[in-house]
Design a binder for this molecule. Sequence first.
Ligand code: PMP
Length: 499
Amino acid sequence: MAASRRRTSAEFQGNGSLMPPSANAIASPRGGGAPSREEHANGGGPALSSVLSATEVTGRRRPAGRMPLWRLGMFASLALNAAALALLLPRYIVSHPHHPGVVSLDQQHHACAPQPGTSGAAASAPSTGKPAVTSNSVIHLDHGDPTMFEAFWRETGDAAELVVPGWQTMSYFSDVSNVCWFMEPDFDQQVRRLHRTVGNAAVDGYHVLVGTGSTQLLMAALYALSPADAVQPTSVVSTAPYYSWYPAVTDFLRSGLFRWAGDASSFIGDAYIELVCSPNNPDGAIRDAVLGSGGSGKAVHDLAYYWPQYTPITRRADHDIMLFTMSKSTGHAGTRIGWALVKDREVARRMTKFVELNTVSVSKDSQLRAAKVLRAVSDGYDGGASASRHRLFDFGRRKMAERWRMLREAAAASGIFSLPEETSGRCNFANETAANNPAFAWLRCDREDVEDCAGFLRGHKIVTRSGNQFGAGPRYVRVSMLDRDDAYDIFIRRLASLK
Ligand code: PMP
């Protein structure tokens, strides 16, 4: 036990890093001399494993296989506490969200409820996310769950299929010569290839970093851009209406490094990080930073929706930090893979350090799957005569255009809703003029007596996210446009009937 514990801490090198010696020179912790991993976990106190070791606590040996009474009691009490927690936690989360932006998934879907026949020992089919809907169901369009894309991937046969033998992906490490030492080389290559094919972002001269969703990389960017020695936490801002998770993610750990400071357009000061989402979640607007980049201000560009199915690709973006995600590009939200394109090596190193301290690395199995999926997308376009006939962006554009047409007709038929005006531009990827078809509808209820649009729609079994959570008023709601056809069709019929 003691020997294996010693081996583990040697692996972690006592500086909080899981890097092998060669790569550690590249990615040493900022300021160096970080406390060991166990000290970190215990706020500088003794590690939990040593607190639990009876030999170390009492200094006496006891016969193997016998457990002292105090320890039995402790386990019993732990087990009771865990059981009570398991019972109470879901209720607590539902009734005490820490922040208006943090909404438990439990509240939104029944996705986690056990499905009949899934508890046996035999392998069961993977979950499908949300249960099928009927014309009486509550329709949940609160999350941007991208199940719309399932129809495309069902048609691609084995193009995006992956088998991982039991012995593979076992090491922590992927490429120790890379700043992002846990990134699979094939993932890196496929990310660069897809951006070159689509022309939506520059990759030459950029570091690619992989994260557990782009949510993790957003946090990594906040960490990397906040000076550790600042007297005040750095202000994090974004123009309203802003993505509701920006304030939630910024503040949930009450960091001393950064804190949410609200709407960028009313911000005064010069130490800030501006989050620029374009096309914007929730309203689909094409955005630039509103604060100058002088002084100590920095920008992070969240380009989750800068793909041809949502918007014309008008230019090759080349910002300092750009974030992308599988969730919205290919629809693989459950794979939990996002990536960042980062110009500056030191920023890339610090962002990698954040991921390392947060989750050590990023699932290799997921990275390999993501690489296979991205490869299948590029194969649809850049293979010349041998290009695959499965073209994700063609499917996505067709689908989104059709859904937006249906939505505008439904809003007109109802007469009580308004939507942002349709815009279009020259798409360099499609080589034609294309409309902006955002992944969310930013819907306003114009009926005088309806002040709470989300509440009004909930009364008609349509669950949306209130404008309140985006720094806008409650007359607005955000509606996901990315659900499955059956749910979307029911939503459209219900909306059209509201007067
Ligand atoms: N940025 C924006 C603007 C998003 O809408 C989302 C997903 N809702 C994310 C980031 C996070 O994506 P991921 O699933 O990769 O964490």
